[in-house]
Design a protein around this ligand. Sequence first.
Ligand code: X2N
Length: 545
Amino acid sequence: MSVIAQLPALLPDWVRTMSTTYLVLSAVVGLPALAILLNVARQFLPQGKNAPPLVFHIIPWFGSAADYGQDPYAFLFRNRDKYGDLFEFVLLGRRVTVALGPKGNNLSLGGKISQVSAEEAYTHLTTPVFGKGVVYDCPNEMLMQQKKFIKHGLTTEALQSYAPLMSAETEHFFAHELDLSSGSSTSSKTVEVFHAMSELIILTASRSLQGKEVRNALDSKFAKLFWDLDAGFIPVNFMFTNLPLPVNVRRDKAHKQISEFYRNIIQKRRTGEKRADGQDEHDMITALTGCQYKTGVELTDSDIAHMMIAILMAGQHTSSATSSWTLLNLAHRPDVYEELYNEHVKLFRNADGSWREVTYEDTKTMPIMDACIRETLRMHAPIHSIYRKVLSAIPVPSSLSAPSETESYIIPANNFLMAAPGVSAMDPKIWDQPKNWNPHRWLDEKGVGAAALENYYGTSGEQVDYGFGQVSKGTESPYQPFGAGRHRCVGESYAYLQLSVILSYVVRNFTLKMENKEFPSPNYQTMIVIPLKGMVTFTKRQAEV
Ligand code: X2N
């Protein structure tokens, strides 16, 4: 008999008499208990003197996932009170260093490319959705040039041509999807607002930016592919790489087909006849075709296809969330909605009671509209956490946070560095009643809002060009819903246009009512912060004479 087989006999009597079930049970309970004990005990030992404070957590690996995942803002505010602007937490096996406030944003959004990388934080999430060779699947230098190409596609001329297309699409949506045309007998309709806005946003975006071929495809069974691809853009794919989930199988299949669909459009456009009037479509495919990197290399059809998918995703979640939150806030605040309506009457109502079309220029001279969107983005920034992978150790400036006068904290390589501009956007130390949705705070020329905007858009702060035009280094402002630094959003002007056009159509034609008893809470378990079941009723306005 082998020694192994004799082992049971060698065990002490008290073990031999225990049942197997009992042994297994005690291992199942005992080992995790031991791991928890060791994890907790380790946190009571003195930490390395350069290590930022670590948020206390019970379960190893899982860390603060439940706290952070359920309500990141509550988590961040609570720990800022405890530890200050710099601290670390464990999130499903990752070590995340949070850096808050203007100086924290500067550390992360203004970080050097030798120290922080967005692509290393995001590529496993975005590349299967967007495709290879673009955005976070290429060196940063190339992304900077791709952003320049996109910016060139968002010229004033292009934006001007988009406004009537978006209006027409919005009108069509309310008339045909919600049966609320001026002629129909339906006088009001209740919808789940994020669901409705998701549809309207993809329709307006495809009609304008994406081009007519994409818009037409949405009327066919092809639309389902867009939603399959969209469904792969989820936080679990940010937390884990390549999980064999059914959504990911559908995502990969949808990506292949959509990529091919775009490449066909591009091919046809390259070889096809020019329009009779000699004009090209103003859409983004036109803008990207023929673009060259500094090396002289041209964007390939596959690059253009993948950039178009990235642009589609970028516009989809952010705008559908922001339009939903704005509508909910307006429905919740009839007084502000009334003001917005009066602004519209003043600017757009013709003598005969009809309305003049909104133009791109108009969207820049609607103070109340602008303030409503701006205030919504302050409280409901679509992205609550901006991540970077730390490539090489980063010494933290002592002005941000330091253990002592002579020491400074160091963020080690391989950590994640996280910025959360939404924290300073709702900081009670900066804003008067930050939890109150108050568009008027942006209209006060001497207020906190005006100063924040001057810092964000103005020339008083430090400006810098990373390859796609001047942006404010931007990190002084407590308000940064479009980020800052080299990864700053290039879609802002497009977003404001789209939101303004849609909201203009709504305010002219409908009154709003929020059906929820309480203002809907944010859902933080999605990529972008969206309202949980916001029910809004649109009621046709009575024709006024
Ligand atoms: C397991 C609760 O749920 O305990 F799209 F060309 C295209 C956005 C990146 C969001 C990351 C983590 C949530 C953990 C919950 C383009 C227009 C972009 C910009 C923990 C128990 C995409 C990561 C979401 C962490 C939330 C990346 C977008 N402009 N679009 N525990 O964006 O810009 C683009 C850019 C990101 C995130 C999270 C948990 C360029 C739980 C329970 C569970 N987040 N998330 N865009 N969590 N739990 C975009 C940047 C790029």
